[in-house]
Design a protein around this ligand. Sequence first.
Ligand SMILES: Cc1cc2nc3c(=O)[nH]c(=O)nc-3n(C[C@H](O)[C@H](O)[C@H](O)COP(=O)(O)OP(=O)(O)OC[C@H]3O[C@@H](n4cnc5c(N)ncnc54)[C@H](O)[C@@H]3O)c2cc1C
Length: 344
Amino acid sequence: MQIQENVPLKNHSTMRLGGTVRYFAEITQRSEIEEAVTWAVEHQAPPLMIGGGSNIIWRDEGFEGLLLVNKIMGYEEFAEDDFNTYITVGAGENWDSVVERSVKAKLSGIEALSLIPGTAGATPIQNVGAYGQEIANTLVSIEAYDLHTRQFVTIPAADCAFGYRTSRFKTTDRDRFFIMSITLHLIKQNPLPPFYRALGEYLSTHHKGETYTPAEIRDAVIDIRSHKLPDPAKVANNGSFFANPVISAQLLPQLQADYPDIPHWPTDDPAFIKIPAAWLIEQAGFKNKHDKETGMATWKTQPLVLVNEKANTTADLLKFRDKITAAVAEKFYITLQQEPELLP
Ligand SMILES: Cc1cc2nc3c(=O)[nH]c(=O)nc-3n(C[C@H](O)[C@H](O)[C@H](O)COP(=O)(O)OP(=O)(O)OC[C@H]3O[C@@H](n4cnc5c(N)ncnc54)[C@H](O)[C@@H]3O)c2cc1C
């Protein structure tokens, strides 16, 4: 393990903004973790682990700690029988390569999570989800290093407190566990309809035949996503910048009085409904908005995605964010919640 000093953080966020980190190291093997944590304690530099930086924003002030980028690789497949297969994947593996590999093996369970940027180890943090699947559906367990006990632990999925874009790793146990690997349960069976609405609509016009292989679902998701979302390798962004707000169902008639066409979906709890944040942002006047003052913009085909066109600082991004949240709050009395994490 090699420790570098004063490394620019913008290279570790797909939004490409932020100050510098005091200490920096890549972790390529499980055994390096204890060494890194001991070093961090000795140097009074709080350790923080990240993957591909696709869901984080760094403060302009930087980070006076030890940033560890997880690069632990590995992909092991264990077929229990003709139907059930388990895969254990190193946390530093590129997530989409994991999906590609499992789909090639004709395994189903994560094909709708195609093209989500970042690493396998980060998927449990916010319970990544897309097109009707989320990692909680297939996750069996996580292997992690517990910073409280300084031991490696295995955490079963049932103990992860998964919810919509959340888990215990984002809430009660934030910064406690460094994830080393994840184990998923996949099945050798074609995915069955009904599919998530946008995916079902796409398949109804693009798909011939009555069955759907995991590879066909992956291709469909890749096609939909590539038309809707910017590639973070080319355009600086963090994907959806806001979560879809969940509001009391009792508020709906009031909103409908002014906006009869307001889109909304039910949630698991009938007392609450979900409103698409993209619609609120568009209605608040931020469709394909290019803000000269901050150098930030909303993406032309998806206003939920904020893109860094010419911003120089995280302060610029946060100013643009505040313009959007204020406009939405003023018009709809709804507070948008930010999805990417502002660190440290
Ligand atoms: C264009 C685009 C589209 C996106 N689409 C989706 C989507 O459809 N659905 C969705 O859910 N998300 C989406 N995202 C968000 C993002 O891709 C996911 O949250 C992804 O899991 C982040 O992975 P990462 O490796 O980049 O994590 P990072 O951004 O590096 O880290 C995210 C968080 O996880 C923690 N972390 C990362 N690795 C570890 C580890 N090994 N151990 C402990 N903590 C760790 C970090 O400390 C941080 O808190 C999108 C992002 C972009 C840019």
